[in-house]
Each structure stands twice: as structure tokens, then as C-alpha cells.
Write a protein that binds this ligand. Structure first.
Ligand code: BTN
Length: 326
């Protein structure tokens, strides 16, 4: 019902409750409950007269047909299934459980009730104001470790955002996408092994597109959105198509050629290169404290590992959280 109500309200016009009830064939109580849920999910309404409803801004809802039509014929032909969900716990979790005989599938949600972020964090995105996209790919043979794919996807997201006009995009190893030092997008890869060297990898991409300020109290780090970075709005459907296209292309390229083709582009985005950093590596079982390494960041190698000059030795690290030292 959320989606049906929003499909009417999306144009930003003002509607009376009786108009909405009549068009949707629901009761006033059902309408009021739906509006309350929308407010809980972060949708902002104009303060309107009693029994009148108007969104504070127009919303461009996700449209499967528009997204499919914006894909190149080659990628459209390879995409086995595209699903648009009004709400789901997590598109990554959902896609991991879908099986389309090993074809590439993609899923987008207007809202995630339990969006997954890196390191067990929650990914918060108010209804209809971000992009929550997952693409699932079945690999058969693993010439290159999956760790590098995270970097390839981050580079792809950075390239798309740069191409549509967000200048100054930076990537913080391994896959934080930032603009002016604030988080604009995040990537979470999840993997399910099916047999030796065969498995499904789900590439989850979350982008803040047009975030209402008051509803983002739950986000624990400095953040920004695409509208701020571009200084104008950008179509969510167009962006979804660009991301699916680029993400699938990156996957084919990575599984065939590894990370090397992505490294020059990574270097143009690398936020910490040449800087003095601290790398915090979470404690393993049996260890009581996380490990902290300080040194100078020297880029990545062909596996996606972070290279850090520590004293007179260059070391490589596969995990950890990077912060720049002041
Ligand atoms: C991060 O913490 O930086 C990664 C965030 C990844 C969020 C995306 S939104 C689509 C997909 N589904 C999820 O549950 N998470 C990813």
C-alpha cells in the first residue's frame, strides 16, 4: 500500500484524504496508518490542512521499465532479472537467496528496514531518497580473489559519479566513496560459496541521492548526498541503470583480467595516497585489542591490498579501517 499511496503523491501535488481513499479503495484508518509508516521511513510531508496530504518535494520512484530501457542492449541481454522492491530488510540478503539458474540478477529497493553496512554497521536510507542496489553474479573459477572486486566496484561507482558531474569524488580504501570528506556512497560485497571455486557474489551499493536532513540522525558518520555534490537533482532511474551497467561490466572485466585494469583509475581517486595514516585492524578471536598501524599510504597492489610504508618497510594489508593522521 505504501507504494500505491506514494505513486499518487509522488508528483508533489496536494491531495485530500477522500481523493486518496477513493482512488485506492482503502479506509481512512488504512490511509492514516500508511502515511504514518511513510513518515517513519523518512518521507517528508508539507504541513497541510487536516485530511490533506502533500509531499514536501516530488519523488522520482524507481521504475523497472525505465531502468531496463536505459541499459545498453548487450547488458540488458545478460541481465537475467531485475526486481524493484518497495521495502525489504536488505537487497543483499534478498538477492543472496534468489536463484535464477546462475544468471546475473539485480535488485533495487525504495527502502531497507535492515540495510547492511560494512563491519556490521547499519546502512540508513530514507524511503525513496537513495539508491539501494544489489547485483548478483555467479563466478565459476576464481583466478582473482574477491577482495579485489570490492575495489573494482568502488572504482566503477566513482567513475559513474564523476561522469555525471560530481567532481572531487574520492575513494577511501577499500571502498568508501566520499565527496568533500563526507560519505556519499558505500559498497558491501557478500559471497556465498557453492562449490570449490564456484559461488555467488552480491555487490551491494548504497548511494545517498537526495536525503532529507532531519531523518538521518541514525547515520553515525559525516555524510553528504548526490544532490549536494552535483548542485542539482539527478534521476534515480538513470543512476540505477548506469550503476547496473558499470557494475556488470566491472564484474566481467575483473573475473577475466583481475584488478590491474582498475588500478590507474583507483589512483585518480585515492584519498589517502602519500598521507600519514593509521590503519586499525579489528581484534581477532583471542586478542583483546585491535591492532593499530601507522605509516604512509602508498596505494594498492594488484590484489587490492593497501600498501603502507612503515619505517623503512613497505607492508601490505588486506583488512582494516583507515584514518588520516593530522
Ligand atoms: C558501507 O557500510 O559503506 C556499505 C553500505 C552498503 C549499503 C548497500 S545498500 C544496498 C545493499 N543492501 C544492503 O543491505 N547493503 C548494501
Amino acid at each position: 500500500m505504501l507504494l500505491q499511496v506514494l505513486q499518487i503523491l509522488a508528483d508533489g501535488q496536494r491531495y485530500t484524504s477522500s481523493q486518496l481513499i477513493r482512488s485506492l479503495g482503502i479506509t481512512l484508518v488504512e490511509l492514516e496508518q500508511t502515511i504514518k509508516t511513510l513518515i517513519d521511513y523518512g518521507i517528508k510531508f508539507h504541513p497541510a490542512a487536516p485530511y490533506h496530504y502533500q509531499l514536501s518535494e516530488k519523488i522520482e520512484l524507481l521504475d523497472r521499465q525505465r531502468i531496463l530501457m536505459a541499459l545498453s542492449p548487450a547488458i540488458r541481454g545478460k541481465l537475467g532479472h531485475l526486481e524493484i522492491l518497495s521495502e525489504i530488510d536488505s537487497t543483499n540478503r534478498y538477492l543472496l537467496e534468489q536463484d535464477y539458474s546462475g544468471q546475473v540478477i539485480a535488485g533495487l529497493a525504495e527502502y531497507q528496514t535492515a540495510g547492511r553496512g560494512r563491519r556490521g554497521r547499519v546502512w540508513v536510507s530514507p524511503y525513496g531518497s537513495g539508491l539501494c542496489l544489489s547485483v548478483k553474479y555467479r563466478y565459476e573459477g576464481l583466478n582473482y580473489a574477491l577482495g579485489g572486486l570490492t575495489i573494482a566496484v568502488a572504482v566503477s561507482v566513482g567513475q559513474i559519479l564523476r561522469e555525471i558531474g560530481a567532481s572531487g569524488i574520492q575513494l577511501k580504501w577499500p571502498n568508501d566513496v566520499l565527496w568533500q570528506g563526507k560519505k556519499l556512497a558505500g559498497i558491501l560485497l557478500e559471497n556465498r560459496t557453492l562449490a570449490n571455486q564456484i559461488g555467488d557474489v552480491v555487490m551491494g551499493i548504497g548511494i545517498n541521492v537526495n536525503m532529507p536532513y532531519v531523518e538521518t540522525r541514525l547515520i553515525t558518520q559525516p555524510w553528504t548526498d548526490l544532490q549536494t555534490a552535483l548542485g542539482t537533482t539527478f534521476s534515480r532511474n538513470q543512476l540505477a541503470a548506469l550503476l547496473i551497467e558499470q557494475c556488470m561490466t566491472a564484474c566481467y572485466q575483473y573475473f577475466n583480467y583481475g584488478l590491474n585494469p582498475f588500478i590507474p583509475a583507483w589512483q585518480t581517486f585515492d584519498m589517502v595516497y602519500g598521507k600519514s595514516i593509521t590503519l586499525t585492524i579489528p581484534a581477532n578471536k583471542g586478542e583483546d585489542k585491535p591492532q593499530s598501524i601507522t605509516g604512509i599510504a602508498c596505494g594498492i597492489d594488484e590484489t587490492g591490498a593497501l600498501l603502507v610504508q612503515v619505517g623503512n618497510r613497505k607492508q601490505r594489508y588486506l583488512y582494516g579501517e583507515v584514518s588520516i593522521r593530522r
